[in-house]
Design a protein around this ligand. Sequence first.
Ligand code: ADP
Length: 262
Amino acid sequence: MFFMGVDIGSASSKCVIIKGIDEENESEILATAVIPSGTGTSGPRRAFEEALKSAGMSMTQISGIVATGYGRNTFSDASERISELSCHAKGAVWILPGVRAVIDIGGQDAKALSIGEDGKLKEFVMNDKCAAGTGRFLDVMARVLEMDVGMLAASDEKAEGIVPISSTCTVFAESEVISQLAKNAPVPDLIAGIHQSAAARAASLLKRIGATEPVLMTGGVALNAGVVRALKRASGLEIRTSPFSQTAGALGAALYAREKSG
Ligand code: ADP
């Protein structure tokens, strides 16, 4: 039996196909797809088609589809819709059994989740009121620096110091970066400051839930090793990531689709 989870976010669309491998509810990941366009675009459909293609399957072989994420109500093929909080928690427990806290940083919000010993979501806090500390903040800064967001971490590694960014507001922080560039501040040090600023916001979310290890980072920003390093420093916690970090919500949705099928 095969199941699909589709996570429609603000910045990207993700799709995961799993196969149920035994009656104990163990599942194996068959395919994942990430399209960097989110809700309101062709992204969800493309992620869905790409995952089917990479698994070499057709839609008729899928026994259940659960949609999650900000745009979950727009996906008409889903049999059910489940919140991204529940799906990230479920995906995280599959990725890292025993996980006790999750920090999920996506395109437009950041969330910290605490997970009970039973693997269930216990408590969460989120920042969805402003772009500071989200993927959008990093995307804006990358644009000012004329870089792809995927290049920020490599440049941060070359930093010899940190140029701190004092404004938390993304618009003011962008002006600060521009004025530092005008003063010839070294770009790697500036990027280290940008990562430190994003990490400080995430660390405060982790603190608010009283996070304990093991901690898994999910969401697209987990691909930015510079933020992950800065978050380790800011929180004092070992922050784990996985090749499935960005697709953790879609994975959780697929696991729910299996669970709901009885
Ligand atoms: P959402 O679920 O809200 O649509 P994601 O969880 O996919 O968003 O996260 C999107 C963010 O992830 C982007 O805004 C970007 O900052 C970051 N990101 C995406 N791909 C990469 C990459 N290859 N390297 C570094 N950061 C990335």
